[in-house]
Design a binder for this molecule. Sequence first.
Ligand SMILES: Nc1nc2c(ncn2[C@@H]2O[C@H](COP(=O)(O)OP(=O)(O)OP(=O)(O)O)[C@@H](O)[C@H]2O)c(=O)[nH]1
Ligand SMILES: [Zn+2]
Length: 306
Amino acid sequence: MQGLVIKSTGSWYQVETEDGTVLDCRIKGIFRTKDIKTTNPIAVGDRVEIELEPDQDTGIINKLKERKNYIIRKSVNLSKQAQIIAANLDQALLVVTLASPRTSLGFVDRFLVTAEAYDVPAGIIFNKLDLFSDEGLEILAEYEEIYTSIGYPCYEVSALEGTNLEQITDVLKDKVTLISGHSGVGKSTLINKLIPEIELKTGEVSEWSDKGQHTTTFAEMHPLPQGGYLIDTPGIRELGVIDIEKQELGHFFPEMRQLMNQCRFNNCRHINEPGCAVVEAVNEGSINLSRYESYLSIYHGNDTRS
Ligand SMILES: Nc1nc2c(ncn2[C@@H]2O[C@H](COP(=O)(O)OP(=O)(O)OP(=O)(O)O)[C@@H](O)[C@H]2O)c(=O)[nH]1
Ligand SMILES: [Zn+2]
């Protein structure tokens, strides 16, 4: 039988089978992830094969299907080990606001770079539309132009007043979506509007491993009324811990990626090299300056830029 892992406690997994039943399952056999050492073999979003236990009430996961992508969190106390937070994401959406509080473009760009590095399509939800003055709406239009021209879809909503939420409903339909955003942007308000019954299901689960170490909460996939799942994460940290080689960074800016092969040197860092097509595009205005500043900031490791 095939199934989708929708909840994990680290030792038990809830697997939704094709007919919609949810079975508690455990793992049999050894599951390894290529290239990295992981603390958990299976994560939410994983597609698995299961067989029923003789009692028929529970199942055994005996095969893990290949993942199209996955996001990880580095383990704090076990070096070189990572926890897989979720697998097979269809998209990642970042909720941002231009006021109370203001999300910096540097923060947005870090999120987008990480999504690119994980190979997860990303989009941006501008929330609190009801607070925007005319001037605010102009800035919003500018920002949207920056990101839509690169290929990141943008949405404008007011979670509080329910404005344009049907657009988000459509975007989420039948997809597995990670939703992120820093504190205060209205992510909880939005999720509660999208999944009215979710408030019943929240509540922190934290596990203690047998070594007495505190392990972080496992992600949960919340089923959406229109089909699909939402994975809620507390913030960019979840999506921001990946190691990116400096030399690779430009690849995760799509507008730079498509110009890089025109740089004079094939090891161009796009900083001050002669004949750099990226810097030329920045000077011409075809690459947005704030995007390029984010590139430099990440390149130089200024992680505190806000
Ligand atoms: N004006 C306005 N306020 C909003 C909107 N959405 C949320 N808020 C308010 O913004 C504040 C923060 O909203 P939350 O939903 O708690 O934000 P959050 O992103 O989940 O933040 P944390 O709970 O800290 O993780 C609350 O006072 C909400 O009522 C909106 O569309 N317009
Ligand atoms: Zn260059």
